[in-house]
Structure formats: C-alpha cells, structure tokens
Ligand binder design. Structure first.
Ligand SMILES: Cc1ncc(C[n+]2csc(CCOP(=O)(O)OP(=O)(O)O)c2C)c(N)n1
Ligand SMILES: [Mg+2]
Length: 800
C-alpha cells in the first residue's frame, strides 16, 4: 500500500502559480455553490439538496488526470470534479437544484433527477453516438448506494476490449486503442454494500483500467465507520488485493486536504491504470462534511464537538489556503480577492439559473390568467374563477402544478357551460399538458430511428434442405453468424465460454471467436449486468448472460435501478443497449423452474421483456435487438433446447418483431393468451379439447413489453367472447398484467360473455420432481378443465 503525503512529494510534479490559483478559485466557487444551495432549499426555492462540500480539493486533483475518452461512474459528492472537467457549470448546478426541465439549462437529466446526479450527453438529438473519445464522459448517476460500481466494471472493461479488438469502423469514435480509464467514486460507508466488494473482485480478476476513489469522511449519514467497515479502514482490509507477484490492485492512501499529495497520487494512479491496465484503489481519508449529509438534517445531532472542531481545522479548502501561503504562491490579499470573485460568480450563476427557470413559468401563468379572466367574464362561476385566478397571480414562486390545478378546477366549475372562452381554455390546457407530460415521461425506451419498434419482421424461410436439429443448434448457428458479422458483439456469463453455456447454445464459439468475444465470468450476476451496461455505454454490443431466470434476482436491482432508467434519467442523453440473455420457466425444482414474470414486468419498465416460445423465435429476437439501440431481456425456454427445430435458410436475416402476438391456433370457443413453454401445453390441451367438441384459440404474446401493439388479442375476444390468461407465474403475476392490458387498455371488457379467468402456478415455489411440477405448475389437464368449466357454464346444452 502506498501512503502518500505532500511533504515528501512536493517536487514530483510541476504546478504553476496560475494553475494553483485557478484550482483555489474553483474550490471556493464550488463551496459557495454548496452553501447557497442549502439556503435555497431551506427557504423553499428547491426541494432537496445534497452537496460536495468537503470533497473539493481531491476532485480538482483527480480532474487533472482525467483525459478525453475517460469515463466517470460516481455519486452525488462529485460536483467539483464535474466543474473541473468542464462538464458542469455553476449555473447548471443550480438549474438542477431547481429541477429545471429545459435541457438547455439542465443537460444532465432535464430536472428529472435530484441535484448531485451528474451526467454528460453521449448522444446527439437524434440519439446517435457522439465522438466519445474526444469528450470527458460521465455515466449518469443513480441514488442507490454502490450501484455505480457494477457499471464501472463494464466501463473499464471496454478499454480492454478495444485494446484487443481488430478492425471495426466505429471503433475510433469510442476509443484510442483502449487507453481510456474508467474512474469511480464511492463514499466510505457505501463500501459496505455487497455490490462494492463484488465489483472490486471482478475488476481484479479482469485486470482492467478502473480507478476507484473512496471519499472517506468517517460517516454514512449519521453512522460512524466503526459500524460500517472492519478495522474502520477500507484500504487496510482490501490490502490483500495489492498486486505483488500476482496481479491485483495498486492501492493508495492519501489525505483529502493535502493538495500536493493528491495531485501526485492521481498522476501515479493514472499512469498505472492507463499504461498497464491495472485497477487502482485510492482511499482518500480525512475528508469532511461541513454542512452535514444533506438538507434533510444537521450533523450536530451525531458529531461530537471535538469532531466538528477537527472538521473545521482540516477543511480541505482551509488547508489548501494555508499551503499556498506557506509556499509563498500568493499573498493573503490575493487570496481574499480570489475568494470574493469566486463567491460572486456563484451568486451570479444562481441568479441566472433562477431567472431562466422561473421566467417561462411566469409567462405561462400570465397566459393562463388571461384565459381564466375571459372565462370569468362570461361564466356563472365568474366570481370564484376570478378569485382563484388572483390567488394564482399572487404566488411568488409558482409551479406548473399551480397553473394546471387552477385551470382544471375552473373547467370543472364550468362543466355545464359551453362558451368560446371555455373552449379556448380547454384547448390551451391540452397542449400545455401534452408538452409538459413529455418533459416528465419521454425516453423510457429509445426514441431514435433505431428504436426496436422500427425493426421490420423477416420470417424464417425453409426448404427441403433446411436441417432439423436440436433447437440449441439454431441458437448456436445464429450466435456464430452474429459474432462473425458484428465485431462489436460480445457474449459473457457463467459457463458461457469454455463449454459454450450450460445448454450449449454457444458450443465451440469461444474457440472460434476468441476469449474476448465469448467469455466465462465469475459467479456474480450484478456485475455481469454491470459489465453489460458499461460496455454498451461505450459503443459495444454486449449480450450478458444470466445462467437461469431464477438468478436474475441477483441482478434485478441493477437492471431495475440502472439499466432500465438509462435513457429516461438522461432524457435520451445516454443509452446502454444491452441484451440480457437468460433461460427460464419450468424445468426442475424450486430454484430451476422460476417464472417470476410479474416481478420482472413490474420492476423493469424501460427494458423490453421478450418471451420466445422456441429457439428460432429467440434467434429472431437477438437479431432484432442488435439492429436497434434498445435494451431487452430475452428469456429462452429452459425445456426447449433438445426439442427439434429446423434451421431456417435465411437464419441471419430473420427478425422477430417485438410487441406482435402470434395466433398459433385458431378456434372459436375460448381465447387462451399465453407465452413461452406454456404455448406447447396449450397446444396439447387444444388437441384433447377437440375430442369433446371444444375449439380454443391460442395466442402467443411473444413479448410482454411491449404488449400486443396492434391490439390483436381483443380481435380474438370479439370472436370468442371468453378469455383465459395462462402462465406459470404466481396468481396475480404476469397473468394479471396481461388481463389489464387486454380488458382495460384494449377495451376487452366490452366483449366478455363470461368472467375473464387466469390459470397460473400455485402461490408457492415449484416443488421438485414430476409430481412436484404437476402439483405446483399449471398443466394441460388444468387448462382443459378450466376451458370446459367456462364453456359448460355459458352453454350447458353442449354437454347435455
Ligand atoms: C441502497 C441504499 N440504501 C440507503 C440509501 C440512503 N443513503 C443515501 S447516502 C447514504 C450514506 C452514504 O454514506 P457514504 O457512502 O459514506 O457517502 P457520504 O454521503 O458520506 O459521502 C445512505 C444510507 C441509499 N441511497 N441507497
Ligand atoms: Mg461518508
């Protein structure tokens, strides 16, 4: 471990006076922004604030080592760093605090994220990649502690992939031969999370250029390190990772108020990571938190007097000033002048941000008040509308909510009136709501021309020569062609490399395409997903494999919090077109038969959820998604790999469209809506039902999100007037979701002659063994009997 202090190392680097004083000015301006920011929250102009005070100097040192093409994956304390690399102005800092929805004012998230969540824009207005290699990049932050770590692994791994990659036309947009570093930051307390340890281990194994800074201020909100970290020191307990004879990490410890030592440390770390592709941990100790954790509380409640005194003395900016004075770089008067100007710059930036935020709202209010007055003049409720409109006019800090709420009340008050004034107000509010609803709801999925919704279907073509094979071979052949045709595609997961996955859908492909393209990973689902996210954010096309659907739960949090929100939280400024490959539904036992589709559908809006019934359909989905810039989870049927399918003659051309259902059997009595391996069970039931004169229609939904974009299911319901939603999730899981889509969204309730039904698994997990399956999961018998029950109830004469 390398303990670095400023005293011994002042001569190791060169700094000129201007650079030092600019650094000092930035530290002061950033600090002032934090102080003003807190006041803006306490006086009610902003809702919540979390700031980077106490961490300024280390971040200025780090910024000196951060080069174009590099990526940051960090957390809410990093405002000074973002300012130092030129990716955040103080004005934008305040625009974010006020939740300004104008991307010109708040380019990180258009006001969607609370302040302190930083991002640069990797995409242009058409959703196309910019030249990331020329930019200083920050992946978009999220709030759950340590969740920045899995993505960081992928961002760093991308450099390794690019360094070893052959020709690819787009490569130069993203990388200069893999020279880029992915820099992470994390708070000391957040290192207690499993995600941190998982990511640290993964990067050590992968040997990738990842530099993690731990900002250590001894606390996590109110909880001291004593309760967070063994030995109260993350560098000490990670010292076994220090490289020696065997590869590992380089570990540095440095004080957060020691300006020269920090610069020296970051330069050293940069050199090691950039040239050797070795991961580095920098434990930055003795940091402070001058205003406490956030605007939600005060640290006097949990810090002792002595601690607060120590924090004042070792405030990094105070120590930097003392160092400047000690070394005769500037006089106290010069420093005072710098401070005065920097503080004014922060105040001015705040005022500009506030004006930019408020002016459009005030103008919109004036417009609304004009329309309200016209309505009041002709309405029986004129007095009340006038009074409401005056109240609205008096608000000093109006919100759009205030405007909308007043107008909507006025429209309700005049519900029985029909004047041109009321029509004008109605038409205004419609346009206004549409505009602002979009500000809050756009970009959940890709809205670029490459949206997966735009990929056209190409059906498989068969001839007499099309070979019949075990279905896994269809997948393997398709993956083989994808890897051959697209250098940017990578597949990795547990057992995906050497043996070509547990069901041999990748058999022989590592030997053919190399270890970089088809790789084994450790058993660490969250960071497998993180690899996917980081690689995809740097232009590659990862297929991240989770061995069984049951184990997706380990990655669920990262999929839900990070992957699913990438486009949304940046308003289309970033994307991570990852394909998550897994296999699931029924096979054997409690943890190899899971089908928690409701949990998935409800926790991952932002990711397309595709449930192909066979491997040809699955292959078509991989091809579709790789033509798009959306992200998807593709669930193959665990019990389908050994069934026979034919290899289409046009395999690499096939595209399974998303959100399009397929009627796999026509019938007139009952519509059965299902997906995945249950399609086969439904077909089996249908055969038997024909023998007693019942004819069911079976619809394979194929993709749960998006769901039946053409509303074909309701067309079937118009014919049969009876419907069963059939899957192997728990009762009220994905079957309830499908029912809501058909009955509510598609208006299916109007066509029902019988109560809509669901057929699902039992509430519990599936028990082991064939009888365990029969008593846990729905069977063809169950479906037959349910269909008979429905038909018998409606048309008893058919069974007389
Ligand atoms: C998963 C999760 N749990 C809890 C929280 C609430 N929370 C936000 S910050 C924080 C403390 C983090 O402390 P530390 O990592 O030391 O960072 P610091 O704020 O001290 O810089 C907690 C508990 C969260 N955001 N995410
Ligand atoms: Mg802390």
């Amino acid at each position: 471990m390398n303990h670095i202090t400023g005293e011994a190392l002042q001569t190791d680097f060169e700094l000129n006076k201007t650079e030092v004083l600019n650094d000092y000015a930035l530290a002061i301006e950033s600090r002032e922004a934090s102080l003003i920011g807190r006041r803006e929250v306490l006086t009610g102009k902003a809702k919540f604030g979390i700031f980077g005070d106490g961490k300024e100097v280390a971040q200025i040192a780090w910024a000196k080592a951060f080069k174009p093409g590099d990526f940051r994956s960090g957390y809410y304390r990093d405002q000074t760093f973002m300012m130092a690399i030129g990716a955040l102005t103080t004005q934008e800092f305040f625009a974010s605090l006020y939740a300004d929805t104008d991307l010109n004012n708040e380019p990180a998230s258009g006001g969607r994220q609370m302040n302190g969540h930083f991002a640069t824009r990797s995409l242009d207005e058409n959703g196309q990649w910019k030249e990331l290699v020329k930019m200083k990049n920050s992946s978009a932050d999220i709030s759950p502690t340590a969740s920045q770590m899995p993505r960081l692994v992928g961002l760093a791994q991308a450099s390794k992939v690019y360094r070893h990659m052959g020709e690819w036309g787009e490569k130069n947009k993203f990388s200069n031969n893999g020279n880029e570093i992915a820099w992470g930051t994390i708070g000391n307390a957040s290192t207690s999370e499993g995600l941190f340890f998982e990511a640290i281990n993964a990067a050590g194994v992968l040997q990738i250029p990842m530099v993690v800074s731990v900002w250590d201020d001894d606390y996590g909100i109110s909880v001291h390190s004593e309760y967070q970290t063994t030995k109260e020191s993350i560098s000490e307990i990670l010292s076994g990772f220090q490289r020696g004879e065997k590869p590992g990490y380089e570990i540095f410890v440095v004080k957060g108020w020691d300006y020269p030592a920090l610069i020296d440390t970051y330069k050293k770390a940069e050199h090691i990571a950039r040239t050797e592709h070795v991961p580095v941990l920098i434990h930055v100790v003795e940091m402070t938190q001058p205003q406490g954790h956030s605007t939600s509380g005060s640290h006097e409640r949990y810090k002792s007097k002595e601690r607060l005194e120590w924090e004042r003395e070792y405030d990094c900016i105070r120590q930097m000033r003392l160092w400047i004075e000690r070394n005769g770089i500037a006089t106290p008067e010069e420093l005072d002048e710098i401070e005065k100007n920097a503080k004014k710059a922060a105040r001015d930036a705040k005022n500009r941000a506030w004006q930019n935020y408020l002016t459009p709202i005030v103008n919109e209010r004036a417009h609304a008040i004009g329309l309200l007055q016209q309505l009041a003049a002709v309405s029986a409720a004129g007095a009340e509308i006038t009074s409401m409109s005056e109240q609205l006019g008096k608000l000093t800090e109006p919100l759009r909510r205030d405007i909308l709420s007043t107008v909507r009340k006025a429209l309700r008050l005049t519900i029985r009136e029909n004047s041109p004034a009321r029509q004008a107000l109605e038409s205004w509010i419609k346009t206004y709501t549409d505009t602002y609803q979009r500000r809050y709801s756009s970009h959940l999925y890709s809205e670029s021309p490459l949206s997966a919704l735009n990929v056209k279907e190409v059906k498989p073509v068969y001839s007499d020569q099309s070979p019949e094979v075990d279905a896994r071979v269809v997948l393997r052949e398709n993956f083989d062609q994808l890897l051959a045709n697209r250098p940017e595609v990578l597949i990795f997961g547990e057992d995906s490399g050497k043996i070509g996955d547990v069901n041999q859908g990748l058999e022989g492909l590592q030997a053919k395409h190399g270890e970089m393209r088809v790789a084994d990973t450790g058993i660490r689902e969250a960071t497998i997903l993180g690899q996917g996210i980081g690689l995809a954010m740097r232009g590659l096309r990862p297929i991240a494999e989770i061995q069984y659907l049951d184990y997706l739960l380990y990655a669920l949090q990262i999929m839900s919090d990070d992957l699913a929100t990438v486009q949304y939280r940046t308003v289309g400024g970033q994307k991570a077109p990852v394909i998550v490959r897994t296999r699931g539904h029924r096979l054997e036992g409690i943890w190899h038969s899971g089908s928690p589709m409701g949990a998935i559908v409800h926790s991952m809006r932002g990711i397309y959820i595709l449930v192909p019934r066979n491997m040809t359909k699955a292959a078509g989905f991989y091809n579709t998604m790789l033509d798009s810039d959306d992200t998807a989870l593709i669930i193959e049927c665990l019990n389908g790999y050994r069934l026979k399918e034919r290899i289409p003659d046009n395999l690499s051309d096939i595209r399974t469209p998303i959100g399009v259902v397929e009627t796999i059997r026509e019938g007139k009595d009952v519509t059965v809506v299902t997906y995945g391996s249950n399609c086969r069970i439904a077909m089996e039931a249908a055969e038997e039902l024909t023998r007693i004169g019942i004819d069911i229609e079976i619809i394979d939904v194929q993709s749960l999100i998006p769901f039946d974009r053409n509303h074909d299911i309701v067309k079937s319901l118009q014919k049969t007037n009876r419907i069963i939603f059939f899957d192997e999730d728990v009762p009220g899981g994905a079957s309830a979701y499908m029912m809501q889509q058909v009955l509510e969204v598609q208006g299916g309730y109007r066509w029902l002659d019988s109560a809509p039904r669901t057929l699902t698994s039992k509430d519990h997990r599936p028990a082991y063994g064939s009888d365990g399956d029969y008593f846990s999961k729905p069977s063809a018998d169950d479906l037959c009997d349910l269909v008979i029950e429905l038909v018998k109830e409606a048309e008893p004469y058919r069974f007389a």
